[in-house]
Design a protein around this ligand. Sequence first.
Ligand SMILES: Nc1ncnc2c1ncn2[C@@H]1O[C@H](COP(=O)(O)OP(=O)(O)O)[C@@H](O)[C@H]1O
Ligand SMILES: C[C@@](O)(CCOP(=O)(O)OP(=O)(O)O)CC(=O)O
Length: 189
Amino acid sequence: MAQTPKLILLFSGKRKSGKDFVAEEIQSQLGPDVCTILRLSEPLKEQYAKEHGLDFQRLLDSSSYKETYRQDMIRWGEERRQTDPGFFCRIVVEGVTQPIWIVSDTRRISDVEWFQDVYGDLVKVVRVVATEETRKRRAWVFVMGIDDAESECGLDQGVPYDWVITNDGDQLSLDAQLEKLLQFIHSKL
Ligand SMILES: Nc1ncnc2c1ncn2[C@@H]1O[C@H](COP(=O)(O)OP(=O)(O)O)[C@@H](O)[C@H]1O
Ligand SMILES: C[C@@](O)(CCOP(=O)(O)OP(=O)(O)O)CC(=O)O
């Protein structure tokens, strides 16, 4: 079981909006002892790799290897969540000791609901936004069945965002937004 955190930031956003980039910026400001980044896709990929005889490490990086299996991983993960919506959430929080958690890849309303049910007001929903143009510059290409499906669109609406971070590559603008978010985080420590 994890220690009770002081704050949980649930990040969502489109592919290549910069969820990981922004999460890592925040973690680097706070330090790894204070802030941990949790990824729901990690236990998903680990288990999927085991069951399908694949290389877990290669599923973790931004390679074409991951993209080859993305659609089937989505299908497989959805089957798991249907029988147990908290399946991947419970695994990622296990044994975490840092007071600030960033879950960098919430994709579905059921993910948000699980955290809200268990941790209540400690949970804040953060949306990372970048234009299609910016995302294309980061090598995003629209794929039917992925970019128009729940995995990418599940949190486009239906869950109010507590914070919206616009990440279009302007470092000064990002710094200003993160400064405000960091002030809020510090107020919870
Ligand atoms: N503000 C930024 N400045 C420079 N590079 C960025 C910025 N935001 C994202 N990137 C780069 O764009 C790519 C996609 O970002 P990533 O965080 O992996 O997106 P996501 O997790 O939303 O799919 C990565 O190579 C990342 O380093
Ligand atoms: C099957 C997935 O978990 C794969 C996610 O892999 P990543 O989180 O590595 O993907 P991106 O950051 O969008 O490139 C998606 C899901 O629907 O659960």
